[in-house]
Design a protein around this ligand. Structure first.
Ligand code: NAD
Ligand code: TDX
Length: 331
C-alpha cells in the first residue's frame, strides 16, 4: 500500500506517519511537505526506508501530479493551520488551503486515487458557552476566521468533486489536538515552553472559551478507521468528549509543572474569538467502531509536558520569534 501524506512534517501529519509505519507493516509513505515555518524535518527522524520525503508545494500541479499518480491513497493534512496567523495575513491560507486542495483533487480525479481530507470542527463556527448542543455532520457551515473559512471552502471543494466527478473521497472534521510535535505557537505547547523559560502563561481574554481536546494519536486512529470503514462521499466528525475551558487547561499545566495554578497573565483577546467547540462523534463511532484510547486528559497532558521538556532541541530555535509576534499584539 502506497500512501501520499501531505503536510507530513507538521504536527498531526508527522504523528500520522509514525503511527502508520508502526501499525501498517505493508505501508510505503511519501511525505509531500513545503517545510514552511510549521514543518520540521526532525519530526520524521528515525523512520527508515519506508518513508520518502519530497519537499514541495501542494499548490504546484507539476509537483503534485506524478506523486499522486504513483500511490493508492492520499491523506491530505497540509495546511496553514493557525488562526492568529490568518488574522495577521490571510493570503497563504487562501493559496495553500484552497488552491492546494484544488490541485490535489484534480490529481486524484485524473489518476482515480482514493483521497481522505483532513479538516477541522471550526468550519461550523462556534457554540454558546451555555448551549448543551454539539456539532454534528448536519450542523451548517458558519466559519469565523480566515483560517476556518479557507478550511470550510476546501471541504466544499471535496464535496463538489465527489458529486460532480465521482472522486472517491471522505472528509473528517476534528476538534483541537494536543500531543508531541505540535508547533509552539499553539496554545498548549506555548504555555508549556513559556513555563520552561520561566515566563507566565498567557490567557486570551477571560479564558472562558471552551475547546474539545483530543490526543493526536486518537485523531489519527480515527482517520485510519474512516479510510478503512467510512463511506465514500461522507463526512465524519472526530472528537473524544474532551471539553475544557482555556483557564482550566492553563491551571492544570501550571499544577503539573509545579507552579501555583493562579500564576498566569490575562492578555489581549483574539479578534472574533470562537467561544466554544464541541463534537458529537456518534456517526464515526457507529460506522467504524472507533474508540479513543487517550481519554485521561491529565495524564496525556503530563506526557506532553514531559515530551517538550525532553525535546527542547526540537522547539528552541522558534521560541523567540513566536513570542516576539505575540508581544507585538499584546498577547
Ligand atoms: P501544522 O501547521 O503543524 O502543519 C502543517 C504542515 O503543512 C507543515 O509541515 C507545513 O510545512 C505543511 N504545509 C503548509 N503549506 C504547505 C504547502 N503549500 N504545500 C505543502 N506542505 C505545506 O498543522 P497541524 O496542526 O498538523 O494540522 C494538520 C491538518 O489538520 C490541517 O489541515 C488542519 O486544518 C487540521 N486540523 C488541525 C487541528 C489541530 O488541533 N491542530 C484540529 C483539526 C484539524
Ligand atoms: O497564547 C494563547 N492563549 C490563549 O488563550 C494561545 C496561542 C491561544 N489561546 C486560546 C485561543 C483558543 O481559545 O487557546 C485556545 C486554543 O488556541 P489555538 O491553539 O490557537 O487553537 P484554535 O484556535 O482553537 O485552533 C486549533 O484547533 C482547531 C488549531 O490550531 C486549528 O488548526 C484546528 O483547526
Amino acid at each position: 500500500m502506497k500512501v501520499l501524506v501531505t503536510g507530513g512534517a507538521g504536527f498531526i501529519g508527522a504523528n500520522f506517519v509514525h503511527q502508520t509505519i508502526a501499525d501498517y507493516p505493508q505501508a510505503q509513505v511519501t511525505v509531500l511537505d513545503k517545510l514552511t515555518y510549521a514543518g520540521n524535518l526532525s519530526s520524521l527522524d528515525g523512520l527508515g526506508e519506508r518513508v520518502k520525503l519530497v519537499v514541495g508545494d501542494i499548490a504546484d500541479r507539476d509537483t503534485v501530479d506524478p506523486l499522486v499518480a504513483d500511490v493508492d491513497l492520499v491523506v491530505h493534512f497540509a495546511a496553514e493551520s493557525h488562526n492568529d496567523n490568518s488574522l495577521r495575513d490571510p493570503s497563504p491560507f487562501i493559496q495553500t488551503n484552497l488552491v492546494g486542495t484544488f490541485q490535489l483533487l484534480e490529481a486524484v480525479r485524473r489518476h482515480n486515487v482514493r483521497y481522505h481530507h483532513i479538516s477541522t470542527d471550526e468550519v461550523y463556527g462556534d457554540l454558546e458557552l451555555d448551549d448543551p448542543a454539539k456539532f454534528t455532520p448536519a450542523t451548517p457551515y458558519n466559519p469565523s476566521s480566515p483560517y476556518s473559512a479557507s478550511k470550510a471552502g476546501s471541504d466544499l471543494l471535496v464535496r463538489a468533486w465527489v458529486r460532480s466527478f465521482g472522486v472517491e473521497a471522505t472528509i473528517s472534521n476534528c476538534s483541537n489536538n494536543y500531543g508531541p510535535y505540535q508547533h509552539i505557537e499553539k496554545f498548549i505547547p506555548r504555555q508549556i515552553t513559556n513555563l520552561i523559560d520561566g515566563v507566565r502563561p498567557k490567557l486570551y481574554g477571560a479564558g472562558l472559551n471552551v475547546r474539545d481536546w483530543i490526543h493526536v494519536r486518537d485523531h489519527n486512529t480515527a482517520v485510519w478507521a474512516i479510510i478503512e470503514k467510512g463511506r465514500i462521499g461522507e463526512t465524519y466528525l472526530i472528537g473524544a468528549d474532551g471539553e475544557l475551558d482555556n483557564k482550566s487547561v492553563v491551571e492544570l499545566i501550571l499544577e503539573l509543572m509545579g507552579h501555583d495554578p493562579s500564576d498566569y497573565d490575562h492578555v489581549n483577546d483574539r479578534p472574533g474569538h470562537d467561544l466554544r467547540y464541541a463534537i458529537d462523534a456518534t456517526k464515526l463511532r457507529e460506522t467504524t467502531g472507533w474508540e479513543p484510547r487517550f481519554k485521561d486528559f491529565r495524564s496525556g497532558l503530563a506526557d506532553t509536558i514531559a515530551w517538550y521538556r525532553d525535546n527542547e532541541h526540537w522547539w528552541r530555535a522558534q521560541k523567540a520569534e513566536v513570542e516576539a509576534k505575540y508581544a507585538a499584539q499584546g498577547q
